[in-house]
Write a protein that binds this ligand. Structure first.
Ligand code: APR
Length: 233
C-alpha cells in the first residue's frame, strides 16, 4: 500500500528531491555509521573524524581514511543508485543531496548531486589547502607545497559544510513538491534540518524507524534497493 502510494506521488510530482545517507551504500558493501555493523560501533568518531584527530593523532586519522578508501575500491554502486540516476534522466528527480562521500550516485550516472559532507575521493593539504594526489595521501606523504598533513575533502565533525552545496540543497528542498529521505538516521546537524524545510510531501525510507524527531507524510520500512525496485514510476 505504501509502495503504491509513493509510486503515485512520484508519478504526479513535477519536482522531486532525494536526500540520502549511508544506508544508501550498505548494499554495496560500505558500512554505515550508527547501525549494528556501522563504523561508530567500534570506533569513536572523535578519535578519527575531527580536526583534532587529524592534528593530534595523524596516524590513526590516516589509517581510518585509508581503510575506507581501500573498502571503497572493492565496492560499486548498486541498482538503487542506478534507479535514482534513471529517474533524473527521465526528469522525475531534480537533485540528489547526499551525506555520502563515496561518489556512488555520480558513478551510477546521477549528474545533479550535492555532496553535503564532501568527498573522500579527493585530497587536499589541511594547512595550505593545496590539492594533492590520492597516491600521495595513501603513501602518507606530506604536502609537497608546504609540508602540511594531507586529508580527504570530507567534512570532519566541527567543520562547516560546503556553502554552495548547502544552499543549493536547501533551496531545492524548500521548492520541492516531494522529498524522499533515504537511508539516514537524521542524527547529524544541520542536514537533519533539511526535511522539515520543504512545503512538499516528505517520505522516509529506512530499515530503522526509531528516528521520531522529523515527522513524515509517509514512512516505508525496508531495504532501500528492494523498495526502489518495487516502485513503479
Ligand atoms: N536499507 C535501508 N536502510 C538502511 C540500510 C538499507 N540497506 N542500511 C542502513 N540503513 C539505515 C540504518 O538503519 C540507519 O538508520 O540507514 C541509516 C544510516 O544512518 P547512519 O549510519 O547514521 O548514517 P548517516 O545518517 O548517513 O550519518 C550521517 O554522520 O558520521 C557522520 O559524516 C557521517 O555523513 C555521515 C553522517
Amino acid at each position: 500500500m505504501t509502495i503504491k502510494r509513493l509510486s503515485e506521488w512520484l508519478q504526479t510530482s513535477t519536482n522531486t528531491v532525494i536526500l540520502t545517507g549511508a544506508g544508501m551504500s550498505t548494499e554495496s558493501g560500505i558500512p554505515d555509521f550508527r547501525s549494528a555493523s556501522g563504523w561508530w560501533k567500534n570506533i569513536d568518531p572523535r578519535a578519527v573524524a575531527t580536526t583534532e584527530a587529524l592534528t593530534e593523532n595523524y596516524s590513526l586519522f590516516h589509517e581510518f581514511y585509508k581503510m575506507r578508501l581501500e573498502n571503497l575500491e572493492k565496492a560499486a554502486p548498486h541498482e538503487g543508485h542506478q534507479i535514482l540516476a534513471d529517474w533524473e534522466q527521465r526528469g522525475i528527480v531534480s537533485l540528489v543531496a547526499t551525506q555520502n562521500v563515496d561518489g556512488f550516485h555520480q558513478l551510477a550516472g546521477s549528474q545533479k548531486v550535492e555532496e553535503l559532507h564532501g568527498s573522500i575521493r579527493s585530497i587536499r593539504c589541511h594547512r595550505c589547502q593545496q590539492a594533492a594526489s590520492m597516491e600521495h595521501f595513501l603513501s602518507k606523504a606530506s604536502c609537497s607545497h608546504c609540508g602540511g598533513k594531507l586529508r580527504p575533502n570530507v567534512v570532519l565533525f566541527g567543520e562547516s559544510l560546503p556553502q554552495i552545496s548547502w544552499h543549493t540543497s536547501m533551496e531545492a528542498i524548500k521548492k520541492a513538491e516531494l522529498v524522499l529521505v533515504i537511508g539516514t538516521s537524521l542524527e547529524v546537524y544541520p542536514v537533519n534540518q533539511l526535511p522539515m524545510m520543504t512545503s512538499g510531501k516528505t517520505v522516509y525510507i529506512n530499515l530503522d524507524m526509531s528516528q521520531h524527531a522529523t515527522p513524515f507524510d509517509l514512512k516505508i520500512e525496508g531495504k532501500i534497493k528492494e523498495v526502489l525496485q518495487q516502485l513503479e514510476v
